[in-house]
Design a protein around this ligand. Structure first.
Ligand SMILES: *Cc1c(COP(=O)(O)O)cnc(C)c1O
Length: 361
């Protein structure tokens, strides 16, 4: 594919080429309906199959039982920042939040608008260079839930161990690392992820809720804000984002064809090892911005010796077919986002390019 670039955008992000081809093949006539998925009824047997199989595949890939409900909602991960406290932060209760960067901060802001919040850990004073170890999290034993952001897309940190808090439900924003590695996903009571990093296009958010937490949703919420509404109707209470859900289904099929999370994780480890080895080999030129223990496998952040060199690298990389390397405007520098769909070959070629750039500069 001569016209395709290596897309290191942080989200929306690269999708597997096989998935795009499949969508292209089925675009005008989905399964002999004579219609596109964008045109069929969300109540049709064809769409029902897409939605159900997507939910089943998520449970299968993440290793979850039927105790977990899989919802496909609109509004992005950002809407969940508000829906979580609206559903689960009852008056008089406290929700604990771990503050590890921009997305956590936004989640905290929304929760504060609903009820009491205790910040159980914050690395703000350290410029969000690290995530906490389990022992550093100060969570009240009667908290309504503890909220974490497993991968901090902007600063480039990631949890590699999770706290085990008996009795306190763990709620996790996994927007930028869901299904990227093997984990005991069943220890989370609620997982949510905007699809546009690891699962598909923008427009749908996957919310996974365990039975016992679902039973605790607040009453008197508007129907669309209550998770039970969507769970009872299998995400068909209103018209769901049908085409994004279809794309997520194709991405899940692709993950399964790769060999599931074991294979995906192996590939992601090879990619991050390749990039961090380059940085560790030239720390004065490619200066990592986070603590080594907290390094993200998905978003690798670094500074070069000057902003001028950073700009030059980003410009020359683009001309060479590597796009999306500019750091987030709030932190600057260079960020390499390499979600599941980025092939190892793309990272290896980028590393070769960056090494040549270093030698030339
Ligand atoms: C991208 C991102 C979000 C925001 O997702 P939207 O779907 O745009 O609302 C939230 N949390 C994390 C960790 C993200 O990476």
């Amino acid at each position: 594919m001569a016209d395709r670039v290596y897309n290191f955008n942080p989200g929306p992000a690269t999708l597997p080429l096989d998935v795009l081809r499949q969508a292209q093949k089925e675009l005008l006539d989905y399964h002999s309906t004579g219609m596109s998925v964008m045109e069929i009824s969300h109540r049709s047997p064809e769409f029902d199959e897409i939605s159900r199989s997507a939910a089943t595949l998520i449970r299968e890939i993440l290793g979850l039982t039927d105790q977990f409900h899989v919802l496909f909602l609109g509004g992005g991960a950002s809407t969940q920042f508000a829906l979580i406290p609206l559903n689960f932060l009852a008056s008089g209760k406290t929700a604990a939040y771990v503050d590890t960067g921009t997305w956590s901060t936004k989640a905290i802001k929304e929760a504060r608008g609903v009820g009491n919040v205790q910040v159980a850990f914050s690395s703000q004073a350290e410029g969000y260079r690290m995530v906490p170890t389990a022992g550093q999290i100060d969570c009240p034993s009667d908290a309504a839930y503890l909220h974490l952001t497993s991968n901090n897309t902007i600063v480039g940190t990631q949890f590699h161990q999770f706290p085990d808090l008996q009795g306190v439900p763990l709620v996790c924003d996994m927007s930028s690392d869901i299904a990227s590695r093997r984990l005991d996903y069943s220890r989370f009571s609620l997982i949510y992820a905007g699809a546009q990093k690891n699962l598909g296009p923008a427009g749908v958010t996957v919310v996974i809720i365990r039975d016992d937490l679902l039973a605790r949703c607040a009453e008197n919420l508007p129907s669309m804000f209550n998770y039970q509404t969507h769970a009872k109707k299998n995400s068909m209470y209103n018209t769901p984002p049908a085409f994004p859900i279809y794309m997520v289904r194709l991405v899940l099929d692709w993950i399964k064809q790769q060999g599931g999370l074991e294979a995906v994780e192996k590939n992601n480890i090879a990619k991050k090892d390749c990039l961090y080895a380059m940085m560790d080999g030239a720390p004065d030129f490619f200066r990592g911005t986070v603590e080594p223990d907290s390094r993200s496998w998905m978003n690798v952040t670094m500074r070069l010796p000057s902003e001028e060199l950073e700009q030059k690298l980003i410009t020359q990389a683009k001309a060479a077919g590597f796009v999306g390397l500019k750091g987030h405007r709030s932190v600057g520098g260079v960020r390499v986002s390499m979600y599941n769909a980025m092939p190892l070959e793309g990272v290896e070629k980028l590393v070769a390019f960056m090494e040549a750039f270093r030698k030339a500069n």
